[in-house]
Design a binder for this molecule. Structure first.
Ligand code: SF4
Length: 75
């Protein structure tokens, strides 16, 4: 099982990753909206109900309820 991506990972910091989309700071991430979550992102592959793989963060799992600035809505 892949290790969990932590918010203090240097790449996570660079992309403003948060484990909970509700904690994203609107001032620093003006494009973020509350309905955006990793499990609704085109780069996400679900691995369980709560976590999945992300193409941006190879070798790590991101939170289903997470978010980062590379978010792209799943079509
Ligand atoms: Fe989550 Fe998408 Fe960012 Fe990956 S690219 S961390 S799935 S919002």
């Amino acid at each position: 099982e892949l290790p969990e991506l932590t918010e203090d990972d240097p790449m996570a910091i660079g992309l403003g990753y948060k484990k909970d989309t509700a904690t994203v700071d609107a001032a620093t991430q003006p494009k973020h909206t509350a309905d955006q979550r990793c499990d609704g992102c085109a780069l996400y592959t679900s691995k369980s109900a709560t976590a999945g793989a992300c193409a941006i963060f190879p070798g790590k799992q991101v939170s289903a309820s997470g978010w980062c600035s590379a978010y792209a809505k799943k079509s």
